[in-house]
Every structure is written in C-alpha cells, then in structure tokens.
Design a protein around this ligand. Structure first.
Ligand code: FAQ
Length: 310
C-alpha cells in the first residue's frame, strides 16, 4: 500500500494519524497553523484574567484564579509540544506570535474592566472553548486529540468556577448584579466570534472536515453554544444583549441576531482594543526570559558532556 492510500484508509477507518505516519504537506501545514494559533491563544489568554490576580476579592478567589491561569499556561505547553511532533520549532512559533505573523483568538483582545469579567470569561469564553474543543478530542491527529482530552477536563473546571462566581455575585448587592450584567453585555458578542467566520466565508473548514481535523462547522458549533447558554443566562438572571434572541420551535434552536463581522475582522487584523498591549507584553516576557533559556541550554549541554565522558 502506498503512503497516500495508507493515510486515506486511516482517515476512512476513523483511526488516528500519528507522528510516524506519512501525511500530505497541506495536512501538516493546516495542523501546525491551527495548533499554533490554539497554543498562542492559551498563552495570550493568561493576560486578561492575570490582570485581576493581585486584586482578587478574597484568598479563595485568588487561589482559584491563580490555578486557572496556570492551567492555561499548561495548555499552551501541551499544544506547543503537539505542534513539535509535526516538525514545528517552538521558538519559531513564538517568534511568529510576537512579530504578528501568527494569529491567536480574537477574544483575548478585549479588556477585563471589573472582577465580574473573570466570572464571565469562565462562563462564556471557557464555555465557548469547551463547545469548540470537545469535538477536537476526536480530531484525526493523535497528539492533538489526546492533548484536548486533558484540556477539556480543565476547561470544564474553569467554566464551573466562572458560573459559581457569577451566581455568588447575583445573590449579592445591586451594584454586583449590575457588574455581572455589564460584563455579560461586553463579552457576549465577542464570545460568538470565537467560533470563527460564518461557514460561507470560512476558508479552511471544508478541507479540515474532510481530513477529520474539524468535526463540525463554525456555524454548527456557534449554534450549539447559543442553545446551551440561553438557559444558563436565565438561571443566572442576566439578559443576553440580543433583541433578536428567541426560541425557534420549527428549527429546534434559538435564533440570534447578526454578528458584527466588521468588528471581528478589525480585531483579527490587529486593531482590537488590546491587540498591541497583549503582543507587547508577550514580547517583553519572552525577552526577559532569555537568560532562563540560555541557562537551561547551558545546563543541558553540560549534562550531555558528562554523559559522553562517562
Ligand atoms: N480569532 O477558515 P476558518 C482558549 C482565523 S480557546 C482569530 O474558519 P479554521 C481557551 C483562522 O485562523 C481559543 N482568528 O479557520 C481559554 C483563519 O486564519 P488564517 C482558541 C480566527 O481554522 C479560555 C481565518 O480566520 N481556540 O484559548 C478566529 O478552520 C479562557 C479563517 O477562519 C482554538 O484555537 C478567531 N476567533 O477555524 C484560554 C481552538 N476564527 O490562518 C484562556 C482550535 C477564525 O487562514 C482563557 N481552533 N480565525 O490566516 C479551531 O477550532 C479553529 O482554528 C477555529 C477557526 C474554529 C478557531
């Protein structure tokens, strides 16, 4: 059997492609693009919530938030490792991120103005991430699919802590309820944009679905997220900021209003409210960490010398 047939048969049988297997160049390039963007999102995604660690309202909230932000760092590391199994070089991926040549999720270019944003990010942003990522646990590329299993488990904890925080605030003062509503108003539409452009404008979906990298289209997952979130908003007692949001019994889904795709394009092309700040901060952290990388490399070289000598 030639290599290409082996690749096609593996996909047909719904088995995993592993690093040792031959893959078409475009399959490899698609996965490196998607996994790198995902890894960058996890790392940049530490910033909006990290902003509140020093100002968390109690020791308990601080411990939860610290654990969550550390989890995001871990997700970035598993994902960079998954990209390395495809031949990508991690330092090159970082270079591409900080020079603006590789993307990360649009959602992390919005500011976190109050502590309610921490709860709403957990509820909506992690909620959207789970919706998008659970099907990726069945992605055709083994190392990515396996990384997603652990990531999804941790994202579920993140979602729960966000919802529990909001529930607590909703039982508090009127000022706290107003903060939750305000944060929901600001994060709702950007959360819907996380799923990517509408299917008709998505350049990669068809090919990625044929390769079983993606299992659903962007619009399918966005709809699933809306259907899942509306009852949660009702239970919480907040209003989702969309006058067109209503149950459509014929479709068996919620209808929702038009997303501002011009805003999405602006944010993705680098002109969102916080793009410059996020990348500058990542770049500074990378530069400040140069001595750590040098020390680690020197230590590894010394160890290798000792092993050879022994
Ligand atoms: N932002 O043809 P498609 C998290 C780009 S979750 C920026 O539809 P595809 C957890 C797309 O890359 C967030 N760019 O592309 C967390 C492509 O650009 P290119 C990360 C976007 O790949 C929570 C172009 O538009 N999750 O971090 C966005 O088939 C809380 C055309 O789009 C993942 O990355 C966007 N929203 O579908 C962390 C999940 N949407 O390369 C901290 C894995 C699209 O042609 C705190 N990725 N683009 O120049 C995916 O599922 C897919 O890559 C999609 C996009 C669905 C994001």
């Amino acid at each position: 059997m030639n290599l290409e047939t082996h690749f096609e048969r593996t996909l047909e049988k719904d088995q995993r492609i592993e690093p040792r297997d031959w893959v078409p160049d475009a399959y490899r390039a698609t996965l490196v693009r998607m996994i790198a963007q995902h890894a960058h999102s996890e790392i940049i995604g530490m910033q909006p919530e990290g902003n509140w660690i020093t100002r968390a309202p109690s020791l308990r909230r601080k411990a939860i938030l610290l654990a969550k932000v550390q989890d995001e760092a871990g997700h970035g590391l598993y994902l960079y490792s998954a990209a390395e199994t495809l031949g990508a070089d991690r330092s090159e991926l970082t270079e591409k991120l900080i020079s603006g040549r590789q993307k990360y999720s649009s959602i992390f270019n919005y500011p976190t103005l109050t502590f309610a944003d921490v709860g709403v990010i957990g509820w909506l942003v992690d909620g959207a991430a789970i919706c998008n990522q659970v099907p990726l646990c069945r992605s055709s590329y083994g190392p990515y699919a396996r990384a997603m299993i652990r990531i999804c488990k941790e994202e579920s904890f993140h979602q729960r802590q966000g919802y529990e925080l909001l529930m607590t605030m909703m039982k508090g003062t009127q000022a706290q309820r107003d903060m939750v509503q305000d944060a929901t108003n600001r994060w709702w539409w950007p959360s819907l944009m996380m799923f990517g452009p509408p299917d008709a404008e998505s350049s990669h979906t068809e090919r990625s679905m044929a390769w079983k990298i993606k299992r659903h289209t962007n619009d399918e997952l966005r709809q699933k997220f809306v259907d899942m979130t509306v009852p949660q908003a009702e239970a919480l007692g907040v209003t989702l900021p969309d006058p067109d949001l209503r149950w459509n019994a014929e479709r068996g889904h919620y209808d929702f209003g038009e997303i501002d795709w011009a805003e999405f394009k602006r944010v993705v092309s680098g002109n969102g409210p916080c793009n410059a700040q996020r990348v500058a901060r990542r770049k500074a952290a990378h530069e400040n960490g140069a001595w750590v990388r040098e020390a680690a490399a020197a230590h590894a070289a010394k160890q290798a010398e000792r092993t050879v000598a022994a």
